[in-house]
Design a protein around this ligand. Structure first.
Ligand SMILES: Nc1ncnc2c1ncn2[C@@H]1O[C@H](COP(=O)(O)OP(=O)(O)OP(=O)(O)O)[C@@H](O)[C@H]1O
Ligand SMILES: [Mg+2]
Length: 239
């Protein structure tokens, strides 16, 4: 493999697209390059699938990526994405998509500094994903180190890397969550809600830097094998 293939080209992308037109349109065309994105939501709300959809889109556009996952092995992540018709195997084999499983919860208090040190080695990648940060902060009782972590993430993004962090928002106090949200360029909130007599996954594009119309919109979606994220109509009236 030509090592240059895994390097970030001089011309950096303006936007990271999910290659799902409906999702992209809700995000004002996609995530701006060099942005820090928070994907928050409860268990099963779709944080990992959304991150995978964006990863897939970035790879389609020829960008390089690194994913730090506390939820999967390389094999299980590739296999999960293949089931959603998001096949990344070739990109993994070519080194364009790197996947590093991390047992963050087991690292205890050193989880955050360890994660930060490996993130800082990713300045040559277009897209970096942390899925999820939750297991890295469960042993951290103070807010300050977590906010300091996000400050360092902002610096990484200033060097041109687009960074996506997923977080299980339930159980995180507003004292911590609100400053994190303000530090992020994009905030995507996922929920599982009652819609009539069925449960529906929803995505609220809370903010995307530089995006005009569309931000604030709530869209319903389903995760379908062989398809990925499919945007579906919401019957419930929304205020
Ligand atoms: N390959 C797949 N085929 C079908 N459905 C899937 C697939 N992968 C995930 N799902 C479904 O998509 C939904 C969202 O899953 P996802 O793993 O993204 O949730 P999450 O928010 O990351 O949850 P957690 O906090 O537990 O990690 C779940 O209902 C899950 O069952
Ligand atoms: Mg997940």
């Amino acid at each position: 493999m030509n090592p240059e293939n895994s390097r970030r080209p001089r011309t950096t992308p303006n936007v990271i697209s999910s290659h799902n037109m409906e999702l992209d349109s809700k995000m004002g065309g996609g995530l701006p390059a060099g942005s820090l994105t928070l994907i928050e939501g409860g268990s099963g709300a779709g944080k990992s699938v959304l991150a995978q959809q964006i990863l897939w889109g970035a790879l389609q556009d020829g960008f390089t990526s690194t994913t730090f996952t506390s939820e999967n092995t390389v094999t299980s992540l590739v296999s999960q994405m293949q089931k959603l018709d998001l096949d990344i195997l070739d990109y993994v084999l070519l080194g364009k998509c790197r996947i590093y499983p991390m047992a963050l919860a087991k690292l205890g208090a050193v989880a955050l500094p360890t994660l930060l040190s490996v993130l800082k080695q990713q300045t040559h990648r277009h897209l970096v994903i942390v899925d999820s940060l939750t297991s890295a902060i469960i042993h951290t009782t103070e807010n300050a180190p977590i906010l300091a972590f996000f400050e360092q993430c902002q610096r990484l993004c200033a060097s041109g890397v687009s960074l996506i962090v997923t977080l299980h928002a339930q159980g995180v106090s507003d004292d911590l969550l609100n400053p994190i949200r303000s530090m992020c360029d994009a905030v995507l909130k996922l929920r599982v809600e009652q819609d009539g007599n069925r449960m529906m996954k929803t995505l609220e594009v809370s903010k995307v830097r530089g995006a005009g119309s569309g931000t604030g919109a709530i869209v319903g979606f389903d995760v379908e094998p062989g398809w990925g994220m499919r945007v579906i109509p919401i019957s419930k009236a929304r205020g």
